[in-house]
Design a protein around this ligand. Structure first.
Ligand SMILES: Cc1ncc(C[n+]2csc(CCOP(=O)(O)OP(=O)(O)O)c2C)c(N)n1
Length: 370
């Protein structure tokens, strides 16, 4: 019988620690050495796209409110999250997004990114056809995208490719089996995968502390044998640094990284939600003090890279480019219901004909009754 050599008989089995990354505090001051990638030009580009994301977001919500768009999930307050992805990903990486990554699409999905996003959220599957061909479409079913991402990462590894996969997921998504299964396989197979969690503190009305009893979501990595880290998700520099470090780990064949980005969802969950029913105004007011756009603007002002004239002209140019893409979207004829099948398969499986027939029958019934 083995006896522990401590009085209580208890010895530590393993020790773990988790790091937290922050470069810019709430006031936009450096709290760590400015990393090399964060040049003046890089900071200005990040700010430009974060402002564009916010202007686009506001317009998309207005379109929904006036009956010109379907349900829309605002990214208000999470602009640094999406924009950091867009800035940090390389062209040949595989991006597997969830549904709140507008900032990433603006940078990654070509000049018609906003028009395509609006088409998608307007119910036209053609809007899913954008950006680098290896990227996956927006995923609304919670956490299913992470199984696809793990599969894609496994395929790349088997092929001996140097490419990596980045998948995004919400805090709520990390409570699902799909998440644990994918992370588990990522650990066992040392997959070239970066899992970026947008911990915006709510899964619709369920606050973070009612979703998971652990002190952080990053520590879920430990159980899977994957590297885990938490970052300030309102700090575009910190998220980018974490993604860059995760890329190095992949290249050094150290496998996957789970990054938990601490954000806050300043808007409703979607346009079908009313967040004032489950959280206080005071809480939201506090969260506005940490928001990412103002934080980066404060830094730019401090660095004398920005002034009120530049702000005015940026706001005007963002509004103009959003407006022109909105016109492109509004002028497209509405897609037929049958078109939802158009972008599903490279080769049409015969078994799907039954569903096509069911839809045709349904449409005929609607037409007869109207
Ligand atoms: C499989 C599945 N179950 C339920 C839903 C309904 N649903 C839509 S969003 C959501 C909450 C997701 O919260 P979280 O993962 O934290 O992401 P967030 O929306 O906050 O960015 C749920 C349950 C869904 N889309 N898919």
């Amino acid at each position: 019988m083995t006896r522990a050599n401590t009085d209580s008989g208890h010895q530590p089995l393993l020790d773990f620690h988790l790091e937290y990354i922050q470069f810019l505090n709430e006031s936009g001051n450096w709290v760590a050495n400015r990393p090399d990638f964060a040049t003046d030009q890089w900071l200005l580009k990040a700010y430009h796209y974060m402002v564009l994301c916010r202007v686009f977001d506001q317009k998309a919500v207005a379109l929904q409110r006036t009956g010109q768009l379907g349900t829309f999930p605002s990214a208000l307050g999470q602009e640094a999250f999406g924009v950091a992805i867009g800035l940090a990903l390389h062209k040949d990486d595989v991006f597997v997004p969830y549904y709140r990554d507008h900032g990433a699409h603006l940078l990654r999905s070509g000049p018609n990114a906003m028009e395509n996003l609006l088409l998608y959220w307007g119910g036209d599957e053609a809007g899913s056809s954008y950006g680098p061909v290896q990227d996956f479409p927006v995923c609304v079913p919670i956490a299913t995208q992470i199984t696809h991402a793990a599969g894609a990462a496994a395929a790349l590894k088997i092929k001996g490719s140097e490419q990596l996969v980045m998948v995004t997921i919400g805090d709520g998504g990390t409570s699902k089996g799909d998440f644990f299964e994918s992370l588990n396989v990522a650990g066992v197979w040392q997959l070239p995968l970066i899992v970026l969690v947008n911990n915006n503190q709510y899964a619709i009305s369920v606050p973070r502390e009612k979703q998971c009893g652990a002190a952080s979501l990053a520590q879920k990595a430990i159980g899977a044998g994957v590297h885990g880290i938490q970052v300030d998700g309102n700090d575009v520099v910190a998220i980018t640094q974490a993604i860059n470090e995760a890329r190095v780990r992949v290249h050094e064949h150290k496998g996957a990284t789970l990054i938990e980005a601490m954000t806050y969802r300043l808007g409703d969950h979607t346009t079908a939600d009313d967040a004032s029913r489950y959280r206080s105004q005071q809480e939201v007011k506090q969260a506005w003090l940490k928001e990412p756009v103002k934080r980066l603007q404060s830094l730019l002002l401090d660095l004398k890279l920005w002034d009120s004239e530049q702000e005015k002209s940026l706001q005007e140019s963002c509004s103009a480019s959003v407006e022109s893409q909105v016109q492109g979207y509004l002028q497209k004829p509405a897609a037929s219901p049958q078109s939802m099948f158009d972008h599903l398969y490279a080769e049409w499986p015969e078994a799907m004909n039954e569903q096509l027939d069911m839809l045709a029958e349904k449409l005929e019934r609607i037409n007869v009754n109207s």
